[in-house]
Design a protein around this ligand. Structure first.
Ligand code: UTP
Length: 224
């Protein structure tokens, strides 16, 4: 069975609008996908992680401690998702190595170590499993040519090369709680391992399903 890896932003799982109905629909989709593919789901920390990180920063905690706080929140979000799935792990793995040992249709996890986000965990798993697709389900419709929050004329890109993204964003981890479409260290893995990567709005479940199953979807493909 082929493998698909999905990194789902905490902002998708627990946004202001997201509710029990959305989470039930999301996990129903994951169950459907798992009939065709082995699925790894990596859950992000979202707003709650950033709120705690901000508090820790105000309290003078160092960057590694702030990252560890973020990781704890991703693991709580992962526990919510795994409890809705049934066919997945009960306990949340601490490392990608632990996750790879689990012989289950769906494996759910959160963050692992400081200095990156759950995007890197997803890229690592996609590399190690030679996944057919790595889907980053985030809270925007894709990658834009410039910051859509700052520029009204920002255009969504259908495709963009990994080399272009690395030139634009680099591969160095910024800071705890930093929120971009894909963390920079993950870009390096995608380039090295030539992981077929797709960015989609995770709140649009019809588009997420298309991205997960390799159909054309409204979002961005990263050309490797
Ligand atoms: P996320 O993966 O949620 O990052 O981890 P994010 O960019 O805020 O993504 P969204 O909003 O969920 O889409 C939250 C924070 O937890 C720490 C980092 O500080 C990250 O910014 N973290 C997470 C790690 O240090 N290591 C990990 O493996 C995962």
């Amino acid at each position: 069975m082929k493998t698909v890896v999905v990194s789902i932003g905490g902002s998708v799982v627990l946004s202001d609008e997201a509710d029990a109905l959305f989470l039930n629909k999301l996990t129903t989709l994951f169950k459907k996908i798992s009939k065709e593919y082995k699925l790894f789901v990596i859950v992000g920390g979202g707003k709650i992680a950033r709120r705690y990180i901000q508090l820790g920063r105000e309290l003078g905690f160092d960057e590694d401690t702030l990252d560890l706080i973020g990781i704890d929140v991703t693991r709580v979000n992962a526990r919510i998702i795994t409890n809705l799935l049934g066919s997945s792990n009960k306990e949340i793995p601490h490392t990608t190595g632990e996750a790879l040992k689990l012989d289950l249709p769906i494996v759910v996890m959160g963050g692992t170590d400081p200095k990156h986000s759950t995007d890197q965990v997803g890229a690592e798993l996609a590399e190690k499993t030679q996944a057919v697709r790595f889907v980053n389900a985030t809270n925007v419709d894709g990658i834009y040519d410039k910051d859509p929050n700052k520029y009204k004329d920002a255009k969504q890109l259908k495709e963009v090369s990994i080399d272009h993204l690395i030139t634009q964003y680099g591969t160095k981890w910024g800071a705890a709680g930093k929120n971009i479409f894909m963390d920079e260290p993950a870009l390096e893995i995608i380039q090295r391992a030539k992981v077929p990567t797709f960015i989609v709005n995770g709140k649009r479940l019809d588009q997420l399903e298309k991205a997960l199953t390799g159909q054309s979807f409204d979002g961005t493909e990263i050309l490797v």
